[in-house]
Design a protein around this ligand. Sequence first.
Ligand code: AMP
Ligand code: ZN
Length: 112
Amino acid sequence: MTDCLFCKIVAGEIPAEKLYEDDDVLAFWDIAPQAPKHFLVIPKKHITSPADVDAADEKLIGKLMRTGSRIAAENGIGDGFRVIFNNGAKAGQVVFHIHMHVLGGKDRPWPL
Ligand code: AMP
Ligand code: ZN
């Protein structure tokens, strides 16, 4: 996708503070953190939203979970973090390349 912010980060056209990268996934600190520790994990492949994940992507999306959990532990929040996927503008999705938010670093900072 030529006009996708996160595809541009994957391609190295826009800088990001990377935490981890392999052939499938990329993790980087969120530019506007909503918690003391807040990073995003994305597939390198462009998938627009959670609702667009198809059967062939199931393993890839599972890898986001495993990667996010490992990076959370490496950054001292393995014992308490929140994972969020926003789907659609109505839910607050702003970047239309699927991304997993991982937030932590303070005690129960969320209402749910
Ligand atoms: P969402 O509202 O779920 O689409 O979340 C998009 C997230 O991407 C927000 O938390 C933004 O702060 C974050 N974001 C936007 N641009 C960048 C960037 N260049 N580097 C890191 N995070 C970004
Ligand atoms: Zn993209």
